[in-house]
Design a protein around this ligand. Structure first.
Ligand SMILES: [Fe+2]
Length: 306
């Protein structure tokens, strides 16, 4: 059975292209390529020619998740497996493939209705990637660009779909309570990256967050500073996850869904045993409202003294 190699790209439909240009380059440290003005642009982060397709539109949501396979044979195998299982598969046109900078692709929707593409033959950039703000660049290339957390309708069916159609393997689950919310997330991997895909029930948009991984924790701290000083809104403070060991923070993208910027994740090896974790974070990853509450209390105490 063929297995997808990696999470290759994401496309977002965004209402404010200029805000995404700034966010992508100045906060995340990616590079704008294939800039088509009002028609959108792409972002690169490693040896691949393009990793994020930023397209104009009102949705402010995930538009496509793109997965890479080795070659045309593997693409055909996945296509026939999907068709046999009753999923409608569309062949991507030559124009579509050239827009994505790949040899060929197919399109379909996963069980939650997330638009998915599978491709082979991605173009590589002519020049090595050098970030203007993230020293050392990103952990990407053969591990894919990072990870994505998407909506699912039925977690067990979602896991079954990605295991049988793509050959993704279970990494682990996180099941716990977090500030009054029941968390129940499934994490799956395609390569050494702990998870390329995660999902856990319903949410307002198709995407909860995507993650990019710098090479050192100092680069996470510097991104945290850039984001805060740019007026960005935090979603979760700095923290460390128990499963992939990622040291990271979460913020709001200009489209209202979240991004995670991290470093220091472990890598999956041959003898990986999946497990269930009972917490989201070893420490940190708190909602910033906690800080606001503490500031308000301190201010009230000071006013009482005066
Ligand atoms: Fe994440």
């Amino acid at each position: 059975m063929s297995v997808v190699k990696q999470l290759g790209y994401l496309a977002f439909e965004v209402s404010d292209l200029e805000a995404w240009r700034n966010f992508g380059t100045k906060i995340l440290g990616l590079e704008v390529v294939n800039d088509r003005g009002e028609a959108g642009f792409s972002l690169r982060m490693d040896s691949y020619a393009q990793r994020f397709f930023i397209e104009p539109g009102p949705a402010d949501d995930l538009a496509v998740v793109g997965w890479e396979v080795e070659g045309p044979e593997e693409l055909e195998q996945i296509s026939s497996r999907l068709t046999t299982a009753g999923h409608e598969v569309l062949q991507g046109s030559a124009d579509h493939a050239s827009r994505r900078n790949v040899e060929a692709l197919i399109r379909f929707s996963d069980p939650a209705g997330n638009p998915v593409e599978v491709f082979h033959g991605p173009k590589r950039a002519a020049e090595p990637f050098v970030s203007k703000v993230v020293e050392g660049g990103f952990v990407a290339d053969e591990q894919g660009f990072g990870h994505v957390v998407v909506v699912s309708k039925d977690d067990a069916a979602h896991e079954e779909f990605y295991a049988t159609m793509f050959g993704l393997k279970l990494s682990d689950y996180i099941r716990c309570e977090y500030f009054g919310h029941d968390i129940n997330v499934t994490f799956m991997h395609a390569n050494a990256r702990h998870h390329s895909l995660a999902f856990g029930g319903g949410q307002l948009k198709r995407i909860h967050h995507f993650m990019v991984q710098a090479k050192t924790i100092d680069q996470v701290g510097k991104c945290y500073d850039r984001f805060l000083f740019s007026g960005g809104m935090l979603h979760q403070t700095l923290g460390r996850h128990p499963n992939d060991r990622m040291f990271s923070f979460y913020g709001y993208t200009p489209s209202g869904f979240h991004f995670e910027f991290g470093a220091g994740a472990l890598e999956i090896d041959e003898g990986w045993q999946s497990t269930t974790h009972g917490k989201v974070s070893e420490w940190g990853h708190h909602p910033p409202q906690l800080l606001t509450k503490a500031y308000r209390r301190a201010k009230e105490a000071r006013e009482k003294q005066d």
